[in-house]
Ligand binder design. Structure first.
Ligand SMILES: C[S@@+](CC[C@H](N)C(=O)[O-])C[C@H]1O[C@@H](n2cnc3c(N)ncnc32)[C@H](O)[C@@H]1O
Length: 260
């Protein structure tokens, strides 16, 4: 990880100090007391690229590209649309129903996992893997502490199990046919720069491309489908053997499907 330090909001409340200490211990990062200094001053003093700030019960990673924090905004909107009877392209590509299990290999901020968790419900399961320790921490802690006013969104968030792991290693450990759907949403080879929710993630995310070996492992592990999201014009679909493509005609993203 780039040089990252942990601090609190300016006031150094005891709650914020505890929260900052928890982050420093978990991520093995240096905790720096704030003493009214600006984040810019701290960055300069500690030669840090990013500052993880414990602020009002939440974590915010301040990067040169912007602020990164957990918020289920996109999933909230998608769940609302599903409840109104609209089709969700990811859910259709997964052919996802209540009671099914999903392994989301690329959790990020968890929007896709939360939508999958809403659809699979109490009887289903969603595990989200994230290779970046800091993203995994912010999403995992954010999911734990988030209080949604809407019960269905709240329970969908709480059911997602977050694991800091590299899917290349994790998949190898799983038995054959052990989850219904294995899902990949890697950092796009040709990013859509108007994806404002992904932009702050770029500096700390794992950018390695999905490789055929991981797709092969995913096909061994999945009972029903392996699904990959990519830029609709991406050559990754054909390179990785996703021949069935689904998604809106004018949509900038498509879903490649491998049927098991
Ligand atoms: C485009 S984002 C995923 C966004 C996510 N679908 C959402 O709804 O918020 C891709 C994420 O996958 C993670 N990632 C990339 N390679 C990975 C790997 N080998 N194992 C686990 N996570 C990985 C990146 O760090 C990044 O956070």
């Amino acid at each position: 990880m780039d040089n990252t330090i942990v601090t609190t909001e300016r006031k150094n409340h005891s709650d914020s100090i505890q929260l900052a200490q928890h982050a420093a211990d978990t991520l093995n990062l240096q905790l720096v007391m704030r003493h009214h200094e600006s984040l810019e001053e701290l960055r300069e003093k500690y030669k840090a690229t990013n500052v993880l700030v414990a602020r009002q019960g939440k974590y915010v990673l301040v990067t040169p590209e912007g602020e990164l924090f957990f918020h289920p905004n996109m999933s909230q909107l998608r769940i609302k649309n599903i409840r109104m009877g609209d089709e969700d392209h990811m859910i259709r590509a997964m052919d996802l129903r209540e009671g099914m299990s999903v392994l989301d290999c690329t959790l990020g901020f968890g929007a896709d996992s939360i939508v999958a968790s809403f659809v699979t419900g109490q009887g289903g399961s969603v595990v989200g893997l994230e290779a970046s320790p800091i993203i995994s921490f912010i999403t995992g802690e954010g999911m734990k502490s988030f209080l949604a006013t809407n019960y269905e969104l709240h329970s969908a968030i709480k059911r997602v199990r977050v694991i800091n792991a590299d899917y290349n290693l994790y998949l190898k450990e799983l038995p054959d046919s052990s989850v219904d759907v294995v899902y990949f949403d890697p950092m796009f080879r040709h990013p859509l720069m108007d994806s404002h929710n992904i932009n702050p993630l770029r500096s700390v995310a794992d950018h390695r491309p999905l490789e055929p070996e991981a797709v092969k492992e995913a096909m061994r592990v999945a009972r029903c489908r392996v699904v990959m999201k990519e830029n609709s014009r991406s050559k990754e679909f054909s390179r990785l053997g996703f021949s069935d493509i689904s998604g809106g005609k004018h949509s900038k993203v498509h879903y490649g499907i491998i049927h098991i």
